[in-house]
Design a protein around this ligand. Structure first.
Ligand SMILES: [Cu+2]
Length: 158
C-alpha cells in the first residue's frame, strides 16, 4: 500500500516536471513576434557601483523573414559594452566570456537571460541603483539603431 502511494507520487512529480518543461519550450518557440523588423522586450539590468560592471537582460524578437545581426552596442554610462555568455568551467565554477554569435534568427527570438547570454556593460561612470534608468544603444545590420531605456532592478519582474 505504501509502496503504491510512493510510486504514484513519483509518477506525478515526473509528469509535473515534464509539463513545466513543455510550457517553457512553448513560450520560447511561439513568442509574440512583431509584424516586421526587430522588437525588444523584458529589458532590465542589475544594480552596480560606479567603476564596476552590470549585465543587461532582454528578449530580442525578429519578425522578419531574414536573420538580423547585432553589430554595435554602446552606452553613455559605460566605457565598453559587449555580448557575453555565462558558462560552467571545468572545475564547476561559473565563468563568462564574450559571446561569438550576434545574430537574431529569422522569425525568432534571441534571449539574454541570467545564467546565459547577457549584454555586459563595463566600466560604469556612475552608480546604478534599483529604480534608476540608463540609455543603451543597439545597432542592427538590417533594422538600424534602437535606443533603449534600461530600468535597473534587483530581479526581473517577468
Ligand atoms: Cu558578462
Amino acid at each position: 500500500m505504501t509502496k503504491k502511494i510512493i510510486l504514484l507520487l513519483t509518477v506525478t512529480m515526473l509528469f509535473t516536471a515534464c509539463a513545466q518543461q513543455d510550457a517553457e519550450n512553448a513560450s520560447s518557440e511561439a513568442p509574440n513576434l512583431p509584424q516586421v523588423g526587430i522588437e525588444i522586450a523584458d529589458v532590465w539590468a542589475r544594480p552596480a557601483n560606479s567603476g564596476g560592471n552590470t549585465a543587461v537582460y532582454m528578449q530580442i524578437r525578429n519578425g522578419s523573414a531574414v536573420a538580423d545581426t547585432l553589430t554595435g552596442l554602446q552606452s553613455e554610462v559605460a566605457a565598453m559594452v559587449e555580448l557575453h555568455e555565462s558558462y560552467e568551467t571545468d572545475d564547476g565554477m561559473m565563468g563568462m566570456r564574450p559571446a561569438s554569435d550576434p545574430t537574431v534568427p529569422a522569425r525568432g527570438v534571441k534571449n539574454y537571460r541570467p545564467g546565459g547570454l547577457h549584454i555586459m556593460v563595463m566600466g560604469l561612470n556612475r552608480d546604478l541603483r534599483a529604480g534608476d534608468t540608463f540609455p543603451l544603444i543597439l545597432d542592427f545590420a538590417s533594422h538600424g539603431t534602437d535606443t533603449l531605456t534600461v530600468p535597473v532592478q534587483v530581479m526581473s519582474g517577468s
